[in-house]
Write a protein that binds this ligand. Structure first.
Ligand code: DGL
Length: 262
């Protein structure tokens, strides 16, 4: 089956990487809206339009299901996408529920880091209210991480000092989970792990999203590692330049290393 994966940029490669580990016999179309990244500081109307353009493009190119591998686009557009398009559309939201289910100590909190649009959006607020987790959950917008990730700047001093300064706003001894509520943030798991105290575990939503894709489409998990069959698109143009394809495969290799970090 042809499966479309869409993100504002290269963060959703972390979702593609997770998909490839379980569904390598399927074909993938990956759409990175690099002309419009970052979404996290755009208006809701703009994000809605970009999301429709991307998902329609994927469907037109044969995708039988689409994963919106972007928490920001999901937050703004998932209802409208599902209401207007006929293929199954899997969204992505910060894994607050997973943190909530795993937490063994009611006195400890969860810190969710995401884009400003996700942090300020009604969808995340609803999720937290429905889990009755308002007192246990803190939110922090970290938009600069998206720009660093797009530039493939993962371990610079600027990245490290941004992470340290932002996380220093919280007393981390009072937390048990850090939820990565933006797919771009997966690139920084190693630096985050260095900064976070050992009592804080890192959680991302990639596994949960691909599990939902598998169950909604009733797909079979395969452990056979086939050569991936993927076409990449930058805002609707197929990526054919060797240097861009090499950048994507370097990013995928980095994300494979980050996958094991929690
Ligand atoms: N990767 C996206 C997310 O998961 C958004 C990044 C951006 O474009 O601001 O939220």
């Amino acid at each position: 089956m042809k499966i479309g994966i869409f993100d504002s940029g290269l963060g959703g490669l972390s979702v593609l990487n997770e998909a490839l580990s379980k569904l390598s016999e399927h074909e993938f179309l990956y759409y990175a809206d690099v002309k419009n990244v970052p979404y996290g500081q755009k208006s809701r109307d703009e994000i809605l339009k970009f999301s429709f353009d991307a998902v329609k493009f994927l469907v037109k190119n044969g995708a039988k299901a689409v994963v919106v591998a972007c928490n920001t686009a999901t937050s703004v557009a998932i209802k409208e996408l599902r209401a207007n398009l006929s293929v199954p559309i899997i969204g992505m939201e910060p894994a607050v529920k997973k943190a909530h289910d795993l937490s063994h100590d009611d006195a400890l909190k969860t810190l969710v880091i995401a884009t400003p649009v996700t942090v300020n959006g009604a969808k995340l607020k609803e999720l937290i209210t429905n889990l009755n987790a308002k007192d246990k959950t803190e939110l922090l917008a970290m938009p600069r991480l998206v720009n660093f990730a797009e530039k493939a700047e993962f371990e610079s001093e600027n990245v490290k000092s941004y992470l340290k300064d932002e996380l220093a706003k919280f007393d981390l001894s009072k937390f048990d989970f850090l939820v990565l509520g933006c797919t771009h943030f997966n690139y920084f798991k190693d630096s985050l792990r260095e900064i976070l105290p050992p009592n804080v575990s890192i959680i991302d939503g990639n596994e949960g999203t691909i599990k939902r894709l598998i169950s909604e489409l009733k797909l079979q998990i395969s452990n056979i590692k086939l050569t991936p069959n993927i076409k990449f698109f930058y805002s609707g143009d197929e990526v054919c330049e060797q240097n861009e394809l090499e950048k994507i495969s370097r990013n995928l290799a980095r994300l494979e290393k980050m996958r094991a970090i929690s």
